[in-house]
Design a protein around this ligand. Structure first.
Ligand code: NAD
Length: 460
């Protein structure tokens, strides 16, 4: 493979040829990508299974299916999205026809995480191509099988001057970040997000940072406990809890906490059996290092369910922890594993005190049937996005922008929001020449001033 500066310079030269500005060319590439992905469906499931025992069902639901939907959506709508949009002219630009042109940034770098390795590299890639950019994609080094397959899919579909996948870990990512990109799209941890932002700042490169955080889930005492437990257990333990928008911890009304915990336990058993290690549906932790990190976070906690750890097999059973104190290893960082701490609240102030201990989270969940409680919590806190009475599903609506705020990230994507993320909006005024009011031209006088003042008043 060529060196990174060579790869980028080839892509820069290709971008200058204007080929990627042609929407039909982009559509040819996107359709070819869809065909290639469809023909690799089983291979994708196998790679994800090998990487962390992800079941075919979860791989379809949370990776393959979402990628194909995004491709279908963009292929159907690209011509419409890419068309210059006419906006009404202002009196100050009259006579004119005013437009917003969607313009690709140029050469884009995408760096992906390991937790949804196929989805979280393909989704930004699709929209970067749709918007007319070239892409260098670096998938995670931790999902070796899926990342290898991603590289194969990409090299089967795209000329290298349009898209190339570069494999590697920190040294490769570091070298990529020294280059001057026109846009960087990063998904991963807060710590690495800061490194990416710093490298981007050096060249004033715009960035999207899709990061993580400690996403709370509030459960009040007006809910259907069984339904709530079912949804919480599904959303928390999907992907083995290794989901950026998983509920990191529960804040449960003190009146129902004990009974709710019993229902949560039953729900775990219903989903994964008495021995989740034998369940074909329960994923493993990505590697031993992360398994050890999670095991350590369980030290000195009050485990009320699960807690089984097998470092060698990268297994941690679905675990519930009763928590009374936020000052512990489990609450120091995003958990990112199958461990669910449960805190109690008595008043709204308790909720506020807990949530405000942490940085602005990526997701926010509230289970309640009390409309004013729901509205007040949604309005009170700052977070990326959220769901009332369920977990995770806001990710599935491409009409909703997906992204964080503050420490959980900046920028957003999904559906047309993704296309917009990878497009610069060029404002263009096409000025008429059939009339040329003399008011704005020097020499200025009081009469002209009066006319100008009136114009601003009428149309300002
Ligand atoms: P990570 O930050 O460790 O790694 C992400 C990518 O950055 C990888 O490709 C890795 O090779 C690269 N990288 C690692 N160290 C680097 C460095 N020093 N310099 C440059 N690049 C470096 O994240 P991860 O462990 O792969 O993913 C887990 C994190 O990602 C969690 O915090 C999770 O919340 C977050 N996440 C966020 C989203 C989202 O959409 N907001 C989605 C998935 C995961």
């Amino acid at each position: 493979m060529k060196s990174i500066p060579n790869i980028l310079s080839t892509q820069k030269n290709f971008f200058k040829t204007q080929k990627t500005k042609d929407v039909s060319y982009r559509l040819i590439l996107l359709k070819a990508l869809r065909l290639e992905i469809i023909s690799n469906e089983q291979a994708i499931y196998e790679a994800l299974k090998k990487d962390f025992n992800k079941s075919e069902f979860e791989s379809f639901l949370s990776e393959y299916g979402l990628v194909i939907s995004e491709l279908n959506l963009v292929i159907k709508n690209l011509k419409k999205w890419a068309k210059p949009k006419r906006v009404t002219a202002s009196l100050l630009t009259f006579p004119s026809r005013d437009y917003i042109y969607k313009s690709p940034y140029g050469n884009v770098l995408i760096i992906g995480p390991w937790n949804y390795p196929f989805l979280l590299t393909m989704e930004p890639l699709i929209m970067a191509i749709a918007a007319g950019n070239t892409v260098v994609l670096k998938p995670s080094e931790l999902t070796t099988n899926t990342s290898q397959l991603i590289s194969e899919i990409i090299s089967n579909v795209f000329p290298k001057q349009v898209v190339i996948s570069v494999q590697g870990g920190v040294p490769v990512a570091t070298e990529l970040l020294t280059q001057k990109w026109d846009y960087i799209f990063f998904t991963g941890s807060v710590a690495v997000g800061k490194i990416v932002a710093k490298a981007a700042a050096k060249h004033l490169t715009p960035v999207t940072l899709e990061l993580g955080g400690k996403s709370p889930c509030i459960v009040d005492d007006t809910v259907d406990l069984k339904l709530t437990a079912r949804r919480v257990i599904w959303g928390k333990f999907l992907n083995g809890g290794q989901t950026c928008i998983a509920a990191d911890y529960l804040i449960v009304n003190d009146n129902i906490k004990e009974v709710f915990i019993e229902i949560l336990k039953k729900e775990i058993i219903r989903a994964y059996g008495q021995n989740p290690k034998k369940s074909k549906d329960f994923p493993r932790i990505i590697n031993k290092q992360h398994t050890k990190r999670l095991a350590k976070a369980l030290d000195n906690t009050h485990i009320i369910f699960g807690g089984e750890v097998d470092i060698e097999n990268r297994y941690i059973s679905p675990t519930l922890v009763d928590l009374t104190n936020l000052d512990c290893e489990l609450m120091n960082n995003e958990i990112f594993g199958p461990i669910l701490p449960i805190l109690a609240y008595k008043t709204d102030i308790d909720i506020e005190n807990i949530i405000r201990t942490f940085e602005k989270p990526l997701a926010f969940y509230v289970f309640s049937n009390n409309k004013s409680f729901i509205d007040s919590t949604i309005n009170k806190f700052e977070f990326g996005g959220g769901v009332v009475n369920d977990l995770l599903i806001h990710f599935g609506n491409p009409k909703l922008p997906f992204g964080g705020v503050g420490s959980s990230g900046m920028g957003a994507y999904h559906g047309k929001h993704g296309f917009d993320t990878f497009s610069h909006e060029k404002s263009i005024v096409k000025r008429g020449t059939w009339i040329d009011p003399p008011t704005r031209y020097a020499p200025y006088d009081n009469k002209k001033m009066t006319i100008i003042r009136k114009m601003f008043k009428w149309f300002g």
